[in-house]
Design a protein around this ligand. Sequence first.
Ligand SMILES: *Cc1c(COP(=O)(O)O)cnc(C)c1O
Length: 427
Amino acid sequence: MNEKTFPLDAAALRQLAERFPTPFYLYDEAAIRANARHIRQAFAIFPDFHEHYAVKALPNPFVLKILADEGFGADCASIPELILAEKAGMRGEDVMLTSNATLGQEFATARQQGAVINLDDISHIDFLQKTAGLPELVSCRYNPGPLKDGNVIIGKPEEAKYGFTRQQILDGLVLLRSKGVTRFGLHTMVASNELNADYHIETARILFELAVEVKEKTGIRVEFVNLGGGAGIPYRPEQTPLDYKDLARGIRAAYDEVIIPAGLDPLGLHLEWGRIITGPYGWLVTTAVRSKSIYREYVGVDASMADLMRPGMYGAYHHLTVAGKEHAASTETYDVVGSLCENNDKFAVQRKLPKIDVGDLVIIHDAGAHGRAMGFNYNGKLRCGELLLRADGTVTQIRRTESIDDYFITLDFAALESFDATAKGTS
Ligand SMILES: *Cc1c(COP(=O)(O)O)cnc(C)c1O
């Protein structure tokens, strides 16, 4: 069980919505910091622990700066994400580039910033050397293939596009060493939104065993393993959150069993968690603007799938509460919908909720990761802004709402004026 909370009471939220019209995202700095500290404490049982926050989950530099202040680095997959991490003050090996189908410019930017490059494929070794030169430290992403069952979002590893096979890991590390690389890491990511601690412990064991096999077969001693992201959050109230201490202890038991006897201690333990770091501490706040009664009861809100696409894309559950009606009985059954001309633009389907009146503020929970970041402009929808509730209770706007000018910025209307739509060409 987990209780769905919101950091402001209804009156304070109403005041905030007068200052910043809905829809908006609100993130809770104190809660994000407390969470970061719990993670650091739990994983302090490892000799060398690092969390590289997956920037794609919440690519806002203000939030990244808070995470940097808590000692976290970043995991990036593009040049803009590398720039965001740098702007937030994350430096050198605190930043990782874990990308696939990587372009030369992306490698070059990561090299310039001194970020750790995590290769997705054995062919990237030569490509990296040609495009950016080889750094002293290189990490390789392992795909365990049929060794490991997948989970719902990522699927089966052997069907996943990522990573090296086991033999390629061995061959790749030897090739890197022959080219002068002296420091090595291993990475894998085989889960998404996984709430079962055993799954993550098992993933760690697979990497620990691989590190031992690498040592035995090649003589190469890797300096860290990186378990990637994929730690789940309890989107549904009846689900139970991961217990950091239990999880860390479980991974530590595998470490003691596999790494210590092999003489590989100290080995770094790295994570690239995204969702679990900020997900539960962000909310999408929207206003009920319409209600309609046809074959079902609908509540139309001023946010849409363009602001939060997880329900439409994955059928994902996000808990909804109505400000001021948190304890009211759920007497109604609603579809809560956005205004997109797509019938999957529904934040809730046949959900039991209290009676919602036009003007009510509807709070969509667990939207602090893979929320605003996955937004889009389909149907001419403008993505909403982001607010940060500071630890002192004040609220700072950390991204404004998009304007119509933002939407048109890639178009040249002057060129349109002189564009001859009647010209049919000559050939
Ligand atoms: C998406 C992603 C993450 C973060 O995943 P979460 O589910 O948000 O923890 C980490 N690493 C890589 C390589 C990713 O693609």
